[in-house]
Write a protein that binds this ligand. Structure first.
Ligand SMILES: [Zn+2]
Length: 270
């Protein structure tokens, strides 16, 4: 495939599901971050029954580059909660699937102190290495869970590039995937992600258009059933069809114009 100016816009975007904590805990969860592992298992069984396989974001984007993403769904787990190792990895393994955990590089072994309310433990460096050793992907979610829209060059360099350096040092491996906290980004933030050497990045909210540095996602919450997940997959497919038709019309109207328009952020989930 040639990498023309609109190559990113042509990337066929498979659906990406967004989870946070995976835990059987019944402690208060006001921000709706926690999905029970049995529920995650039901969601993954649904994917299998539909002939779909959940994969990490780097695998998903590599497949999309080859035009081979059909049948794949991205699985993402924001913030790097410690429960991922105990409660998500066994479920993913049972179903032969992988996912991407986005760690807050400056808070390893700490807690989600960017949220008001209850604290959930975060994976430490050993935990991240164990996640990687279990065949799952570790991506970056900045140094401090920062909002990046409107951030200046120094903040972007520290949060985006600095977090990649920390995680690569921990893992002794390349970190390819990035996730904007709160889905907060703008053109400068996306440029910083690209410049820092990442391969892909995802936002919050299922909107279009997106490209490999603004991949849309669908939030999955504590009470979402298989029917909810199915509805999100269907909606994604419908919106993808609409976007493809709009792109075809735009190309027919103005064949010399290939620029993709960076979308505004939608949705406010963390
Ligand atoms: Zn987050």
């Amino acid at each position: 495939m040639t990498a023309g100016p609109d190559a990113a816009a042509r990337l066929p975007l498979p659906p990406v599901l967004m989870y946070h904590s995976i835990s059987p805990s019944a402690e208060p969860d006001p921000h709706l971050l926690r999905v029970h592992p049995d529920r995650l298992g039901r969601h993954l069984r649904l994917l299998r029954s539909l002939g779909l396989r959940g994969v990490s974001l780097s695998e998903l984007v590599r497949a999309a580059d080859r035009g081979a993403a059909r049948g794949l769904v991205g699985l993402t787990f924001d913030d790097g909660y410690a429960d991922f190792l105990e409660h998500a990895v066994p479920v993913l393994r049972r179903h032969g699937m992988t996912g991407t955990v986005y760690a807050v590089a400056g808070r390893l072994g700490g807690a989600n102190d960017w949220d008001t309310g209850p604290r959930f433990d975060l994976l430490d460096a050993d935990g991240l290495r164990a996640v990687a050793a279990a065949g799952q992907e570790v991506g970056s979610h900045t140094m401090t869970h920062a909002r990046l829209a409107g951030a200046g060059a120094a903040v972007l360099a520290a949060e985006v590039g600095g977090s990649r350096e920390v995680l690569e040092d921990v893992l002794q491996a390349e970190v390819a995937s990035f996730c904007y906290p709160y889905g907060s980004f703008d053109a400068a933030a996306a440029d910083a992600v690209r410049a820092a050497g990442y391969d892909n990045a995802c936002v919050t909210g299922d909107y279009l258009p997106g490209d490999r540095f603004t991949l849309p996602r669908s939030y999955v919450g504590p009470r979402d059933t298989r029917a909810h997940v199915l509805a999100r997959l269907v909606r994604h497919r419908a919106r993808l069809g609409l976007a493809a038709r709009a792109a075809d019309r735009a190309r027919a109207d103005a064949p010399a114009e290939g620029a993709a328009v960076l979308p505004g952020a939608v949705g406010g989930d963390r």
